[in-house]
Design a protein around this ligand. Structure first.
Ligand code: VG1
Ligand code: CO
Length: 542
């Protein structure tokens, strides 16, 4: 039976960069999740009888939330609700399945790279029929609805078994529990030459993939070990845990430190990679080298043709604004389009749909292509493996060769986590005022050429996204970018992005932090970071 339950609005259900993220106890309040899910459906039209894909990254509260989401979806008139076994399905696999089934949309239960567990984070994201994150017009409508909502509809059917493949009827909906890997694996086989990668592993090539106890474990076991022949044990931390083993499921040098240290040690395998909570991020390492995500995007774009899915080349490459300009040098050389969008994968959707871009990337360990509408961690690893299988040189030489051809964009991101909200607001406001006076000023050898608050005009639908980050650009192409995170749940996170270009003939082997030291010092001074936040140093450096 369908019950209509009276409810009161919560004031804080505004989706951020990637869905709604809150602490688990916030989501556990009676009506909190229910209100948000009902508000999503209230903001959509035409889904009666259609399919909804529901996935999760296995974090704490995932299993309970799946039951609630499915019962509200059934009560609201969806005809088919497709769920990954155990409630597990990576963000890229949800995107792939929405597209494959021609589903109306999907709901992803994840706070991505944020920690999990009873005191950790939980999150909800809505994806549209193209498979990508809902655009801002929809997330704004959802937020508006959360402030008005008075009731939600839910089926009173008993809980169904999410651990057994098969289907059950609830109200007028069929709930299907499917294997979360099958269709995704099929899609990967259409893009990559699995036999070529198998031959690479057969030649003795070694790899470690760290799933960080998050959602990619089952995918990595099935694809790298079973399909491609990587040695058993190549995948580590491959069982999803509700608290990710107590760690941040965030693939970067700080939170995937074991892998990072191994790859820079004498015991390193040929290749290393890690992915995040929901499987859309990737960190790439070769023996003796950590590949900056912005470089990885550029290298993948430059070498894309080795994979059958991209044998005809790329239409264009889109990168988020704070991502380094390394990929721009590749698009320029290839004579293809390049785009600069605000942070967040939702801004790539229109470019991919319109066929303007084939690859997209963000400095935050996100890379993907038009095969789906999300970034895709396993995809990036498969493309790297394809390049290594084709070129048969160490990963470090692929990177060095790239720098010698295109030059190197020395690049780093400094995060100041959990700073005071007011202090962060004040800092950004002051920077916003400074952009008018900075141009023309010199700081040592650095002369400011231009400064602005990034505004994006979507070339496809004309929509405008403003206040997307303060950019300070220097003569010679160096740059500092400031923005506040839209995915954190405690206080504010200030992100600083620092970049300097070195041409192919210059010194390409410097230490990144050392070579950027002047810019780093200036970035702190310009924003008055220590004075305003009390922080002397960042919490995370990537
Ligand atoms: C961060 C990253 C951004 C990414 C977003 C979602 O956002 O900077 O590039 O798209 O996370 O990634 P923010 O607003 O905190 O800077 V995921 O893998 O957490 O869904
Ligand atoms: Co993620």
């Amino acid at each position: 039976m369908i019950r209509t339950v009276a409810t009161k609005p919560f004031p804080d259900q505004k989706p951020g960069t990637s869905g709604l993220r809150k602490k688990v106890p916030v989501f556990q309040q009676p009506g909190y999740l229910e209100n948000f899910i009902q508000s999503i459906f209230d903001s959509l039209e035409g889904f009666a009888g259609k399919a909804l894909v529901v996935g999760g990254d296995g974090r704490y509260f995932n299993r309970e939330a799946i039951q609630i989401v499915a019962k509200i979806a059934a009560a609201n008139g969806f005809g088919r609700i497709v769920i990954g076994k155990g409630g597990i399905m990576s963000t890229p696999a949800v995107s792939a399945l929405i597209r494959h089934l021609g589903a109306f949309g999907g709901i992803i239960l994840s706070a991505s790279h944020n920690p999990g567990g009873p005191d950790g984070d939980f999150g909800v994201k809505y994806n549209i029929s193209a498979g990508g994150p809902a655009p801002e017009s929809i997330t704004e409508a959802i937020f508006a609805r959360t402030k008005q909502i008075e009731a939600y509809k839910i089926s009173d059917a008993p809980d169904f078994d999410i651990d057994r493949l098969g289907s059950v009827e609830i109200e007028n909906a069929t709930i299907e529990i499917v294997d979360p890997v099958t269709q995704y694996l099929e899609l990967m086989k259409t893009l990559f030459d699995f036999a070529a990668i198998r031959a690479l592993f057969a030649s003795g090539f070694t790899m470690r993939f760290d799933a960080l106890h998050a959602v990619t474990g089952p995918y990595a076991h099935a694809i790298f070990e079973n399909e491609l022949g990587a040695a058993a044990g190549s995948v580590v931390n491959g069982t999803p845990l509700p608290d990710f083993g107590g760690h941040h499921p965030d693939p970067n040098p700080t939170y995937a430190k074991d892998l990072y240290d191994l790859m820079l040690s004498a015991a390193a395998p040929d290749f290393g990679a890690a992915s995040d909570g929901d499987g859309d991020r990737n960190m790439i390492l070769g023996r003796g080298i950590y590949v900056t995500p912005s470089d990885s995007l550029a290298i993948l774009a430059a070498n894309a043709r080795v994979a059958p899915g991209y044998a005809n080349g790329l239409a264009g490459v889109a990168r988020s604004m704070p991502t380094s300009a390394a990929s721009d040098r590749v698009t320029e050389k290839l004579g293809i389009r390049h785009y600069e969008t605000p942070t967040g994968w939702k801004f790539f959707g229109n470019l991919l749909d319109a066929g303007l871009a084939t690859f997209c990337g963000e400095e935050s360990f996100g890379t993907g292509s038009n095969h789906i509408r999300e970034k895709d961690g396993i995809w990036a690893v498969l493309l790297w493996l394809s390049i290594l299988a084709n070129r048969r040189i160490p990963a470090i030489d692929v990177v060095r060769d790239h720098w010698r051809t295109y030059g190197r964009n020395y690049y780093t991101r400094h995060d100041y986590d959990e700073i005071d909200l007011k202090a962060a607001g004040g800092l950004m406001e002051a920077l916003g005022e400074a952009i008018t006076t900075l141009p023309g000023k010199s700081f040592g050898a650095l002369k400011v050429e231009a400064a602005d608050d990034f505004e994006y005009h979507d070339p496809v639908d004309g929509s405008i996204a403003d206040h997307q980050g303060i950019r300070v650009m220097f003569e010679g192409g160096s740059r500092i970018v400031y923005r506040l995170s839209g995915t954190g749940t405690v206080g504010a996170t200030l992100r600083l992005y620092i970049e300097r270009y070195e041409p192919p003939t210059g010194d390409l082997e410097e230490d990144t932090q050392a070579t950027l030291a002047d810019l780093i010092a200036l970035s702190r001074e310009l924003a008055g970071i220590e004075a305003r936040t009390g922080r002397k140093a960042p919490s995370v450096i990537t």
